[in-house]
Design a protein around this ligand. Structure first.
Ligand code: HGY
Ligand code: MN
Ligand code: MN
Ligand code: MN
Length: 413
């Protein structure tokens, strides 16, 4: 089934919406801090809901706080075509990570309204709770519950470092919805996102046709040694937990380099106890983030990390608690949906290249319950998860045009 070829998006309206949303949780360096389920996240959610209602959508919220803004189709019995991403950010996040996919979806709705065009199937714009995994681990937990990868109790019980759970925080900010999470048919899911890496910009390509997403493994490690006085304690009699953690940080980096160029290995969070200048650290809690597009290599990295942690702890005389808290295998997106993105690229004439996503996205979990694909646009110097994250109005518009065509292709299939 075809659709009007004169479809267009309003790029300046989309850019303005991105700038308006960037005021919510704006940081002095030009980024945002909208940690999941904080009052600032609520403010962003409320703004998005208001914009969707102004665009004539009916808005519903499920028990994980996922938001769905629905534009009716000619046949509302058909499963919806959903576009979406996330509004929560990293502590020093950028204006576009996640937000772009949400507001590009809203711009598709607004553009269809301008056209007065009703799709065969309904379309929805989704906001997934806690995609970042910064305040609550793991990442993508709410799209994971929607996809049946995690059960609802697991999702609601995820706690931040102060022990506050997602369930408590959803209730506190008024986004503990009634709707069951998932369990409904989805016609297709599309997520537009900045690449968050340097490839598209370096190659002068406007669109990334995302064919795959690399797998991830997240770990939480606690080393326990012995607090002691930094002065009288001889170097040979120490059980220094931070020395152990430092050696694991080096081992993580070596594993990443060994399995490169596609391997990624990061220690991003560390808590030192008692964190005092003249006390030998008795306990250190830290995290490891491993990624690779090949599952067998990700498994090999896992094995080397386990061996390194055991050897380092043993060498210093530390107790260690080693937990893998999250894993998902590399994802291949749906061929028909990727073809719909390609169709969008052909119809808009933008330059493109196929690309594997280095970052995780809610699309990874949606791909388990719906035909799914992603559209990437470049970001300046490939920088993201940083307040200086930047892209251009042209790229933002181009990605949204491709998203519109891909959605229309599937909504009228
Ligand atoms: O970590 C990620 O890839 C994403 O930003 N949650
Ligand atoms: Mn993101
Ligand atoms: Mn992110
Ligand atoms: Mn995402």
């Amino acid at each position: 089934m075809s659709y009007p070829q004169n479809v267009a998006v309003n790029g300046s309206r989309l850019w303005q919406s991105l700038m308006d949303m960037a005021q919510v949780g704006a940081t002095p360096k030009g980024g945002v801090c909208r940690l999941a389920l904080t009052d600032i996240d609520k403010e962003g959610r409320d703004l998005f809901v208001r914009w969707c209602e102004e665009a004539g959508c009916t808005v519903s919220v499920d028990r994980m706080g996922n938001i769905f803004a629905r534009r009716a189709g000619r046949d509302d019995t058909l499963p919806p075509i959903i576009m979406g991403s996330h509004l929560d950010s990293q502590p020093t996040g950028g204006k576009y990570d996640g937000v772009y996919g949400v507001l590009a979806g809203l711009e598709v709705v607004r553009s269809l309204n301008d056209l007065g065009y009703v799709t065969e199937a309904p379309v929805e714009v989704a906001v997934w709770t806690n995609e970042e995994g910064s305040r609550f681990a793991p990442a993508m937990v709410s799209s994971g519950v929607f996809a049946g990868v995690f059960d609802l109790d697991y999702g609601l019980s995820r706690a931040d470092l102060d022990g506050r759970t997602m369930g408590e925080e959803l209730a506190r900010i008024g986004y503990a919805g009634e709707l069951p999470v998932g369990g409904r048919k989805v016609g297709a899911y599309f997520e537009a996102h900045i690449e968050q890496g340097p490839i598209l910009e370096a190659e002068g390509k406007t669109i990334g046709v995302v064919t795959d997403c690399q797998g991830q493994r997240w770990y939480e490690i606690t080393f326990t040694g012995q607090e002691a006085h930094a002065g009288p304690t001889p170097m040979t009699r120490r059980k220094d937990a931070l020395l152990g953690a430092a050696r694991v940080v080096d081992a993580v980096n070596r594993i990443g380099l060994k399995y490169g160029p596609f391997a990624c290995a990061t220690v991003g969070l560390m808590q030192i106890h008692p964190n005092s200048r003249n006390v030998i650290p008795g306990r250190v809690f830290f995290t490891v983030d491993f990624r690779h597009p090949d599952d067998s290599i990700l498994a090999a990295m896992d094995g080397e990390l386990r061996a390194a942690v055991a050897e380092i702890a043993d060498g210093i005389g530390l107790d260690s608690d080693f937990q893998q808290i999250w894993y998902y295998a590399p994802i291949r997106f749906d061929a028909d949906c990727v073809a719909a993105v390609r169709q969008g690229v052909e119809r808009t004439g933008h330059s493109f290249r196929d690309i594997v996503s280095g970052a995780g996205h809610d699309a990874c979990y949606l791909s388990k319950v719906a035909p799914t694909a992603m559209v990437f646009i470049p970001c300046i110097d490939g920088i993201s998860h940083n307040e200086i994250e930047e892209t251009t109005p042209e790229w933002v518009t181009a990605g949204c045009e491709v998203l519109l065509h891909a959605v229309l292709e599937r909504a009228n299939a």
